[in-house]
Design a protein around this ligand. Structure first.
Ligand code: ZN
Length: 500
């Protein structure tokens, strides 16, 4: 190793869904975030920003590979994955020798015909650089941590917050751990403890006294112990259909595998004990609207989490929209629907035009039927906005041509493209004010709390069809092992599976 270590940085950060959503191809990365070589160096927020800042502080030379990220969707197309992985690998190969490799990845990506692309990349990096060069990866806390990842990485470190706001410090922690390894200050050993708990993220916040928050505080408290370098807690992204899925804890120790195993097993056992608390209470849209009408003022948040773009759904469900329209309530309501064809029809008709608009369930028709609504094109825009936080803070995003279509007092935000919900950027981008709504349909399991937590008068979680539902009790998984919670309520003799 020279005076200044050379650290390669790059990866693919995407969460994927097997139950629905649109496959992710290269055009989606190009429209979202696809940086090559030197372009990676300009990142100053999120996980890569954190890695770069710690590497510069540590007087390391950064060898930028590629960095691709996109809103969640169906599996990455095979062509797209091979292209991105190929470019990443080729740049790493050309950069040799390097002193370390940092991978900013999600952990729940899927490619067509490949259930663990990130394990594949970690393995490929290891084979290329050999056993003595550190390979460290960061993960989302919704990662599906696999045996291949644990075996071939020196250390894995996950976000600690949900809603996710600590990508930058996680990138810093990973880079510092890698530099400590190079300086001879530590020799990581690692174990993952898993239990078959597959729940949605509804009760998975790390705030207040949510069950996941209590588990997270316990997990992080273990970092105070001697020889513990890092602990992570995982609530697995539940909308994949893979073998050996589970949630639990991952512990990185300093040359003490036994301790890592014992603590990982302890975290996973505690996770198992809280499994019933992680299952949400749900209402039908009609029940939630009736309850909401009893509440004084607004907004009342109707959480249609089954259609979450950030979890890989198409965002084109009209289940809650239909219930609102059929109730014929005279209360202002905001509902987002991704439907490029309908957005185009609104733009062709022009502002102020009354028309019959066919809406919904065109991108992913498995979860409901398209329906025609009579209404008025109230507002048209280009759908551009800037994220105010999260993984894409400061990043310009595009919903594509977007319309506000008024059906009575209900305002449908008709977007051309699915985008990740951080807070309420999409609603503000079309000129609507959340404080003026009686009902707001939020299509995510958690970030509605960021957007409306301070102003919401009531929040109801809905049981509607879609590929990102609030419970995994009734999903017809093909590969996922049985038994698992919550589909199987009695699971005898359970002890955590340990990966090392
Ligand atoms: Zn996540």
């Amino acid at each position: 190793m020279g005076a200044r270590p050379r650290i390669a940085v790059g990866g693919i950060l995407t969460e994927c869904n097997h139950l629905g959503g649109v496959p992710i191809d290269i055009s989606i990365y190009e429209a979202s975030e696809l940086l090559r070589g030197e372009e990676v160096l300009r990142l100053d927020t999120s996980v890569v920003g954190g890695m770069l800042s710690a590497l510069r502080e540590g007087n390391a030379d950064v060898v930028p590979l590629i960095y691709a990220s996109a809103c969640a969707g169906g599996p990455i197309t095979r062509d797209c994955y091979e292209q991105l992985r190929g470019e990443w690998f080729e740049r790493l190969e050309r950069a040799l020798p390097v002193d370390g490799v940092l991978l900013p990845i999600h952990g729940s990506a899927l490619a067509e015909g490949l259930d663990d692309p990130e394990g594949d990349m970690i393995h490929a990096a290891r084979d290329l650089v050999g056993p003595d060069v550190p390979v460290v990866a960061t993960l989302d806390l919704h990662a599906h941590v696999t045996e291949e990842m644990v075996r071939y990485a020196d250390a894995l470190l996950a976000w600690e917050t949900y809603p996710h706001r600590d990508q930058f410090p996680t990138g810093q922690r990973a880079a510092r751990l890698l530099l400590d390894m190079l300086a001879g200050k530590c020799r990581p050993t690692m174990a993952m403890g898993k239990v078959p708990v597959i729940t949605s993220a509804i009760n998975g916040s790390t705030n207040d006294d949510d069950p996941f928050a209590e588990l997270m505080r316990y997990t992080k408290s273990l970092e105070q112990q001697e020889d513990v370098l890092s602990t992570s807690l995982f609530l697995i992204h539940p909308y994949m259909d893979c073998e050996d899925m589970g949630s639990g804890g991952l512990v990185v120790t300093n040359n003490n595998l036994k301790l890592a195993e014992a603590l990982a097993s302890d975290i996973a056992s505690r996770y198992w004990d809280r499994r019933h608390d992680l299952e949400p209470e749900m209402l039908s849209p009609d029940e939630a609207i009736a309850k909401g009408l009893q509440v004084d003022g607004g907004p009342v948040i109707l959480v249609e989490t089954a259609d979450c773009c950030g979890g890989g759904a198409a965002g084109d469900s009209i289940a809650t929209l239909s219930a609102l329209v059929d109730t014929a309530i005279n209360a202002p309501s905001f509902v987002p629907v991704v439907d490029p064809e309908a957005a185009r029809a609104c733009h062709e008709a022009g502002e102020g035009t009354e028309l019959s608009l066919s809406l919904g369930h065109k991108l992913d028709p498995r979860w409901g039927s398209t329906r025609t609504f009579r209404g008025t094109v109230e507002h048209l825009c280009d759908g551009n906005f800037v994220y105010t936080g999260g993984q894409w803070e400061g990043h310009h995003e595009h919903m594509g041509p977007t319309a506000v279509f008024a059906i009575g007092s209900t305002r449908v935000i008709v977007m051309s493209r699915a985008t990740y919900d951080w807070a309420d950027e999409q609603i503000r981008a079309v000129g609507l004010n959340p404080r003026e709504a009686k009902f707001i349909v939020a299509k995510n399991p958690m970030n509605y709390q960021l957007a409306y937590g301070e102003i919401a008068k009531a929040i109801f979680v809905l049981d509607t069809p879609g590929p990102t539902p609030a419970t995994l009790r009734h999903i017809d998984f093909k590969k996922l092992q049985r038994p698992y919670f919550p589909a199987d309520s009695k699971i005898p003799g359970l002890s955590p599976t340990i990966l090392e």
